[in-house]
Ligand binder design. Structure first.
Ligand code: HEC
Ligand code: HEC
Ligand code: HEC
Ligand code: HEC
Length: 184
């Protein structure tokens, strides 16, 4: 009965366990890198924290509220304007009025000082930028200069440089003379 050939186990090649460990470690590192790219990296790339975590992604994206409802002067004046708080309460009188962030908003409102929003976009001091010709004459989309605001929770800080203005003016055959060359 005992006629099986005995082969010593060390002669049979096997995957060593360390190789599997390496695969596992590799997969884990890859996952960690992906989680970093998806969750941590975008956050390190966004703008300053605001006194109230107002989200453009939610309001202008998901709820599709028109930019101009809040930034009413964008087509008619130099500045787009930050909305007065009455605009927030146009909705938030009824929508989630007891949400802690809305209550905070109400405290700012009742203090009479408004929300101290942190500025995000800037041009150098000597440059005067007016929205009106860009919006109502040239018909440019907000995204051309501000990026996809409706997909951002917190807006990224951008300092516009002269090349940004001049590059587009050349491309679109808009004027590039004195007002850009001679600093105000
Ligand atoms: C046209 C209506 C409308 C206006 C105007 C509006 N919101 Fe909202 N807001 C909403 C809706 C809808 C939600 C989602 C409510 C929900 O989660 O059920 C929301 C949610 C929020 C939230 C909670 C977000 C969260 O994390 O859950 C905050 C904070 C907020 N809004 C702040 C503001 C501020 C500040 C303003 C003014 C600058 C404003 N909203 C103007 C409709 C509006
Ligand atoms: C419900 C009101 C609301 C809507 C709709 C809205 N915004 Fe805003 N926006 C704000 C508020 C409040 C701030 C100031 C807080 C901040 O910077 O997030 C702001 C800030 C900004 C700023 C930065 C201003 C700075 O500090 O330099 C830009 C640019 C802007 N919005 C563009 C847009 C565009 C483009 C859209 C449409 C896709 C839009 N917004 C829709 C309320 C709104
Ligand atoms: C041609 C480029 C350009 C376009 C298009 C543009 N913006 Fe701007 N925006 C700027 C620049 C540059 C600034 C900074 C101006 C400054 O600091 O004086 C700015 C600032 C802002 C601000 C904050 C300060 C302010 O003006 O009240 C808001 C809000 C804003 N833009 C909203 C909008 C919206 C909404 C649209 C689309 C309807 C839009 N912008 C289209 C270039 C642009
Ligand atoms: C994405 C393209 C684009 C960018 C970026 C841009 N512009 Fe313009 N700009 C235009 C166009 C197009 C016109 C011409 C509008 C018309 O007359 O129809 C114009 C017109 C102007 C005018 C003349 C308005 C008048 O009275 O004739 C000034 C001033 C101006 N831009 C300043 C700036 C400054 C400052 C910046 C940078 C902060 C800038 N622009 C960025 C496209 C752009």
């Amino acid at each position: 009965m005992n006629d099986k050939v005995h082969i010593p186990p060390e002669l049979i090649p096997r995957e060593t366990p360390t190789r599997w460990h390496l695969w596992f470690l590799g997969a884990f590192l890859l996952l960690a890198a992906m989680m970093y790219l998806f969750y941590v990296y975008p956050d390190s790339n966004i703008g300053p924290e605001q006194p109230i975590p107002f989200s453009h992604r939610l309001h202008a994206g998901v709820k599709a509220i028109d930019c101009r409802f809040c930034h009413s002067y964008v087509a008619s004046g130099p500045r787009a304007g930050i909305p007065v708080m009455e605009k927030c309460f146009y909705c938030h009188e009824y929508i989630i009025p007891l949400h802690p962030e809305i209550e905070k908003e109400r405290q700012f409102y009742e203090s009479g000082n408004g929300v101290p929003w942190v500025r995000v976009y800037n041009v150098p001091d000597h440059v005067q930028f007016h929205h009106q010709p860009h919006i109502s004459w040239a018909g440019l989309e907000c995204t051309r200069c501000h990026g996809e605001v409706e997909r951002m929770d917190r807006l990224k800080s951008v300092s516009f440089r002269m090349e940004f203005c001049i590059g587009c003016h050349r491309e679109m055959n808009a004027q590039v003379d004195c007002w850009l060359a001679c600093h105000h």
